[in-house]
Every structure is written in C-alpha cells, then in structure tokens.
Ligand binder design. Sequence first.
Ligand SMILES: NC(=O)c1ccc[n+]([C@@H]2O[C@H](COP(=O)([O-])OP(=O)(O)OC[C@H]3O[C@@H](n4cnc5c(N)ncnc54)[C@H](O)[C@@H]3O)[C@@H](O)[C@H]2O)c1
Length: 359
Amino acid sequence: MIAVTGAGGFLGSHVTDALLARGETVRALDLAPRLPENLEEAATRPGFSYRRCDVTRESQVEKALGGRPSAVLHAAATVGVDAYVRSPTTTIESSVLGTLAVLRACRRAKARCVYLSSSEVYGRNPRVPWAETADRVLGDPTLDRWSYSSSKGLCEHLVNAAHTELGVPTAIARPFNVYGPRQRPAFVIPITVHRVLNGERPIVYGDGAQTRCFTYVGDLVDGLVRCLDSERAIGEAFNLGFPRERSIDEAVRRVLEACGSDLEPRREDPRAAFGAGFDEVPRRIPDVRKAARVLGWVPRTDLPAGLASTVAWARSHPEWLRAPVGGAPAAGIRSRGARGTLGAGRRPRSPGRRARRSP
Ligand SMILES: NC(=O)c1ccc[n+]([C@@H]2O[C@H](COP(=O)([O-])OP(=O)(O)OC[C@H]3O[C@@H](n4cnc5c(N)ncnc54)[C@H](O)[C@@H]3O)[C@@H](O)[C@H]2O)c1
C-alpha cells in the first residue's frame, strides 16, 4: 500500500489517480472529514481508501496509515502566496510538524518517504538555471514571504537526516510552478484561466517581466512516480520542472490565446494584493539534467499543450469557475483559524515595521 498525504489537493489527487491506474492500493490522507471532491473519481476505483488525518498530529498519522505502507508520498502542506503571507505559523507548522510525523511513521513502517519540497527552496538565487546543489538565496528575513521557502528547506534537512542518521529510504522532489486541472485559482495560470473564462480582465502582478518555468501536472506526476519507484532516487533530491523560461506577461498572453479571448491584462502592485510581507523572485529556472540521468524523466508538455487541457477541463467544470478567485482558503488555515496552533487566542502581529516597507 502507498499512502499519499495531502491527497485531496491538486498534486496529491493526481498522483493518487496515477497510482490507482497502475493497480496500486492507495491510502489517501487529508484534513477534510469527508471525501474531498478531487478524489471522487479515485474513490470509484478498487484499492482506494480515504482517511481524515492532520499530519501535524503524530497519533493521527500512525492510525491513518494503519498497517505498513511500502511508501508515503508526502504532499500535505499549506500552499500558496496568499496562504503563507496570511499565516506563516500555519505554513511552518504544517510543513515541519507534518514532515516530522510522517518521517517517524516511515521509520517505524520501514517505508520509503518521497517528500514534495519546492523550487522555492532556491529563493531568489540570481544564478539560473539551478542545479540541485545551487545555493539557497533568500531575501529580507523579516518578510513573511520566506516562511514557506524556509520551512521547505528545514524539512529537506529533516528528510536527509532521517535518511543518513536513521536509514529511512527517502527522496526529495522540487516541483517548479505546476499547473493543470483541479488547481485552486490562486496561482498565475489557474487564476488567469478562471478570470478570463468568467469574462474578467487578467491581472499581471508587478511589471510582468519576472519569469517562471511552467510544468504540466501530468509531467510532474510522472516524475513523482519515478521517485517512488527508482532505487537510484533514494537519498537524492530532484528538480522537476519544464525547463523553458517564460515571463509572466507571456504566460498570461498564452492563457488569453488558449481561451480565445481579447481581454486586456491589467497591472497590479503585488504588495497591494498580498500585503507588505510579499517579495518577488525575478527568475526561476530548473536544471533538470539530474532527473533525466537518474530517473529517466523528461517533461514533454509545453505550455500551449498544457493550457489547452487545463482550459478544456475548466470549461467543463462550472463549479470550479463559480468558486471565488483564490478558491477556498488553504486547508490548514481553514481548519485552524488563521494563526496555526502557536497563535491560538492571540491577536495578529501588528504590521508595524513591515507596513512601512510598502512602496
Ligand atoms: N503546485 C505547485 O506548483 C507546487 C510547487 C512546488 C511544491 N509544491 C508542493 O507540493 C505539495 C502539494 O501541493 P498542491 O499544489 O497539491 O497544494 P494543495 O493545497 O492543492 O494540496 C495540499 C493538500 O494538503 C492538505 N493539508 C494541508 N495541511 C494539512 C495537514 N496538516 N494535514 C493533512 N493534510 C493537510 C490540504 O488540505 C490540501 O488538500 C505541497 O507540499 C507543495 O508545497 C507544489
């Protein structure tokens, strides 16, 4: 049995589908008490089971895993700029406490742990493309924006330590700007698709010259499954990204083309949208030669093809199109109130010094 944490989310649900399609038994774990919408199709397949589980609670992880999984794909985390600027405590707790609990369970079960880290670990290192050994270069440490990157970086240390000190077979995947069906409309591609199909002008945050490498979910899932399967993945970290750099301006234009729309994008100050804790990463480009060499992974879906599937899916899911932009608040935040367990009962920190950073 393979367990998937955060299985009700975007990536977790797609990996779950892929594993079931090849005949695996999959135990899906997430916060929702009832089956998440993204898993409705999976639930019709033999070999699927769902358990409500907060991964930050070790006893819940132990109980939900029940028996001995051969591997855990650990995708549960609080995800999205909106979420980690709104609640750094929830962002940090869900990552760090969750990863500790999952690693302990993997050690007991002698199971492989494939951890979903992020390209965010490289921060704003200007020397692109980034190999897996590239430096972490973060910005101003007082900005909440770096809480996600820092917590992912710390979790990578935990994962590596579990491997070297305790012998847990681990692998780390660092996805780069993944997009595709089911994604919460809180990231540049899904939010633009959502706005344009609803007849609203797309928004470009900042000058639009910042670049990303957009990775289609099908390619990413292929890479994750290889991390689960390959003996050579153990003890290693892999960049998983489509290595073609595109500006945000271009990505938005491509979405407009895919939707057949002539709406004009409008520009917004990201700090007005995300608060003074926001900071930009100017360029984000993976070097994916290691994943090709070790895993045989080659991403094949360039942006126009991936957008065609994403837009087709969005058009056939009116409930997704009706959801507010931003979608539901990220799950960790929804379940705990906006300040994690640390801030329970406290007032939010006054913006003070950070507010004066606004342009
Ligand atoms: N989507 C991307 O482009 C991208 C890029 C880099 C890294 N990642 C990483 O991939 C993983 C999955 O991301 P996603 O895009 O599917 O996000 P998502 O928000 O769609 O899914 C995350 C899931 O984790 C669950 N979760 C949150 N806190 C939990 C907790 N305490 N216990 C149990 N479940 C919890 C949520 O309910 C949600 O279903 C995350 O670890 C994320 O950091 C994603």
